[in-house]
Design a protein around this ligand. Structure first.
Ligand code: CTP
Ligand code: MG
Length: 597
């Protein structure tokens, strides 16, 4: 057999990422027709899930295996698209999408296992395309199959899932000509690409395939940054397992349809052995065992069952993804939908969120490991909240507005009873009257939170700018940072952040506001003396030295700048409406200076 079903323990994978230049990628993207805009999160998810079902993942010798694999696959079905990625110089994979799901079944029918006694003979759409041995016979099934079709114009292979090294990102940001363009570049260079998205849904599909025998309708739904529009290449995959029967039953009940209640033949089934949480912990433990023992590519399985939401963590070596699997966490899926909608409403939202996340990482505010640190999720909510509060025109509506515009079709109650109803089809939503540039909005973000009374107030996306009652809500508890969970309003998404981390956050916000003020002033002057700034920028580019907003992304700058702020620095708005240190205020006005004794 040419195809071998990938079985444990066949591969050892390292995490080095082969690098394809951005220009190579973009040339391939160029031929594309205009991307169809999908305005519903649910239709996007459904389409991606179907795509994963129509796909197989094949490990190949190199990307040169592409034409051979294409013609081999074309014997069994119609190949729609092929996407190549590599996880290191010698680990190459091609994700093959067929026109329909039956083609995948046909391909799997001609697959075999390697003759090795220690292999667990799992059958799944994760495969390996063996190099043809000289003089080997094709198996009898293949002999009977159609002759290999000749493809006149082999479509170019698509490449992706390449995490750009920071040096490449730096180089590109240097080439930008404005601050806003730097924010834009940061987003386009680091956002999750087509292959990355497909791989996430395919990784979810593998889990579904494994459990399908027992639970034909079970769904493994990606949520979090993999689907909410704020995902970057290399980010983790959050997965939620859903016993779909429960969901369907509840929906029927809600819609008053009890036709299912009248069925005569009922499945024999076990009653659950323990209640609620204990049952979920046991089930998760078993799922963890299945991943560990049977599923190709799944390694480093860790069961974290005592957490508020019990999860199983694992690494999928063949798709290169670190995964967090949980159960019955539909509210988090609806949260992803809400964030996706916010990102769809205005094209400036996602670039801003990406920049703020990068800045926070460079400033040492966010960490991979859990702790009292601010998270990317909280940062995303902070950016959205700021965009709801922009004056005189907000960029984004409050969640209450989206709730008030919801139709009966938008009604969603999550499995734990949380009401997640809000407007879902935003295709007719009026665009914002706010036309500020990305630079101006980013500066606004730093200024807004530099002066926000975190001590006295909490933030609410439901309330947004808050109308007459002003911005912010009364904090229900003494948490240093209080950001109301938009869907479960009694919860604080930043409960983990301690006082010290909040102080660090405030200091970095002030530093950033300070740096940006200088940059914005400088760029204004530059516009006045057009010739000189153009000259200045060009010269900097020639020297390849970082400029503009890159100053905010330099981890070193946070420690050694003289003009940055430390804990307790007093901030005021000066006569020109700018944020300044109190000492600078004094410098502005001689009369306020303390006489030297
Ligand atoms: N979530 C939530 N409440 C929290 C934390 C998380 O509802 N207190 C949900 C959100 O939908 C979030 C998802 O769980 O997007 C995944 O959380 P996490 O992985 O921490 O954040 P991501 O948005 O995925 O960002 P990252 O790229 O850092 O993984
Ligand atoms: Mg995540």
């Amino acid at each position: 057999d040419k195809f071998r079903v990938t079985s444990k323990p066949t591969f050892s994978i390292c995490n080095n990422v082969k690098y394809f230049s951005h220009s190579e990628k973009s040339t391939e993207d160029k031929g594309k027709t205009a991307v169809k805009k999908i305005f519903s999160f649910e239709s996007m998810i459904n389409e991606r899930r179907k795509q994963a079902e129509r796909s197989i993942l094949v490990q190949v010798q190199s990307d040169h295996s592409y034409p051979e694999l294409h013609s081999y696959c074309s014997q069994h079905g119609t190949v729609k698209e092929m996407h190549h990625y590599s996880l290191s110089n010698d680990l190459h994979f091609i994700l093959v999408e067929f026109s329909n799901v039956e083609d995948v079944a046909q391909v799997m029918d001609v697959c075999g296992h390697i003759n090795q006694s220690d292999v667990v003979p799992v059958k799944s759409p994760l495969l390996w395309f063996r190099v043809r041995e000289v003089g080997s016979n094709i198996n009898s099934k293949l002999k009977k199959s159609k002759s290999i079709p000749v493809v006149d114009h082999l479509p170019p292979i698509k490449r992706g899932n390449v995490v750009l090294p920071s040096s490449e990102i730096t180089e590109r940001l240097i080439q930008a000509t404005t601050h806003s363009q730097q924010i834009e570049y940061m987003y386009t260079l680091s956002q999750l690409d087509e292959v990355g998205t497909r791989l996430r849904f395919f990784t979810a599909h593998q889990v579904e395939c494994a459990l399908r025998g027992l639970f034909p309708n079970m769904r493994a739904l990606p949520f979090g940054s993999s689907v909410n529009g704020f995902g970057r290449k290399g980010s983790d995959l959050d997965l939620c397992l859903q016993f779909d029967e429960d969901f369907v039953k509840r929906k029927h009940r809600e819609e008053g349809d009890d036709s299912k209640a009248a069925v005569r033949l009922v499945f024999q089934a076990k009653t659950t052995v323990a209640s609620g949480r204990a049952q979920i912990q046991r089930q998760m433990e078993t799922v963890g065992d299945i991943l560990q023992l049977f599923l190709p590519g799944c390694t480093h399985v860790r069961r974290i069952l005592q957490a508020r939401v019990p999860i199983v963590k694992y690494h999928q070596d063949l798709t290169g993804l670190e995964c967090d699997l949980s159960m019955t966490n539909l509210t988090a899926v609806y949260m992803s939908e809400l964030l996706w909608i916010m990102g769809t409403l205005d094209s400036r939202v996602r670039p801003l969120v990406f920049f703020v996340r990068h800045w926070a990482k460079a400033a040492g505010l966010t960490y991979e490991s859990p702790g009292p640190f601010i998270t990317n999720f909280t940062l995303t909510l902070l950016v959205i909240h700021y965009l709801q509060c922009c004056k005189p025109n907000p960029v984004l509506p409050s969640l209450s507005t989206l709730i008030s515009m919801a139709s009966p079709a938008d009604r969603r109650i999550s499995d734990d009873g949380v009401n997640c109803t809000f407007l879902r089809d935003v295709s007719n939503f009026a665009p914002s009257k706010n036309k500020e540039s990305l630079q101006s909005l980013l500066f606004g973000f730093y200024e807004f939170y530099s002066t926000f009374d975190f001590h006295g107030k909490g933030l609410s996306l439901a309330k947004g700018h808050g109308g007459k009652s002003g911005i912010g809500i009364t904090k229900p508890d003494a948490s240093p940072l209080y950001v109301e969970n938009p869907l479960e309003r009694m919860l604080n998404v930043s409960k983990n952040v301690n006082g010290e981390e909040l102080e660090r956050f405030k200091i970095q916000l002030r530093n950033a506001a300070w740096i940006m003020e200088e940059l914005v002033e400088h760029s204004k002057e530059a516009v006045l003396q057009e010739g000189s700034i153009k000259h200045g920028v060009r010269e900097k580019r020639k020297n390849s030295s970082p400029w503009g907003l890159m100053e905010l992304l330099n981890p070193a700058s946070k420690n050694h700048r003289d003009n940055t702020f430390s804990v307790g620095t007093m901030m005021r708005i000066n006569a020109r409406g700018r944020l300044v240190k109190v000492t600078d205020l004094f410098d502005d006005s001689d009369s306020l200076k303390t006489p030297v004794k």
